[in-house]
Design a protein around this ligand. Sequence first.
Ligand SMILES: [Zn+2]
Length: 344
Amino acid sequence: MTDNRERLRRFVLAASRWSGVARMAGPHLAGLGSILMLHSVTARPSNGLGLNDHLSVTPDFLDSAIADMKRNGFSFISLDEMIEHLGAARRCKVATITLDDAYLDNFVEALPVFESHAAPFAIFVAPGLIDGSVQPWWEVIEQLVMVRDELALPLIVAGGARASASPAEKLATARHLCELMTSRVPETYRQAVLDEMGGRQVATSPFMSWEQIAAVAHHPLGTIGAHTIHHYNLARLDEELALIEMRGSADLIAETTGVRPRHFAYPYGHVQAVGEREIRLAGEAGFVSAVTTRHGTLHPEHRDHLHALPRISLNGRYQQIGHLRTMLTGITTFANSRRRVVTL
Ligand SMILES: [Zn+2]
């Protein structure tokens, strides 16, 4: 599913680095800076089929990445400061660190790294993942396929999976099930489908507690943002429910932490999850900014697109400083989209 895209990305990264194109692109493509995107940060990633390896980097890599960016002239600022910076549009190298989903390791393993660098960070929280009303389905599928020889599938996804033995077959099965989960299964039914498949019986990554989320909200370096209540793909919901999910996540976080989130991250954040309607709704829900998972550096033009800000992913499959340096030049933004300024 993602192999071809990843092969292309690897090629672009390597080619632009070795040819010196990235260096010559200079500030024109690099713009004002970047918003970095992370998920899990742990030295002990959970054992799986490799389906979710892109979502996890080590604390050592995070530490090296921040140190290298500082050596190369980057300052780290909060998301609030980044929005101000876009408005002022001064040319200097700044970066903001964001983490989606509030994995427990963000608090245990990443926070000490941020503190040691005095680097501000923002964590986007989906309350349903915190209270367990929904599971991280992408991990549930991976674990179910890994530990079971056969999966009894509910009617809604029937015909999807088969018994599989080799790791390659299991990975293919897991990817196929993920495809079904994001196409055939409505967002609001997904947890019921997982429950029927025995999803509550497999171990998934733990998330931060509400006490830890409140501690981050009140931490001098920390910002808590909203990420919908149930980690739904908003583009697959009707407008009324989409707005409830966006506003409701901010309401729940405000109630439990005492601080109302000003920033939002669209779950999944890709082109099938964020369109013009979702961008308008993020504004209507009262958020100052919203980030996607589209690949791109930031430019003065983004001040007019504060609810469609692209990010640079610290991808667990490419934990190399050279890749990060190349992406920060903006050359990969251009190579991916043929555009300097990525919004939708
Ligand atoms: Zn997420």
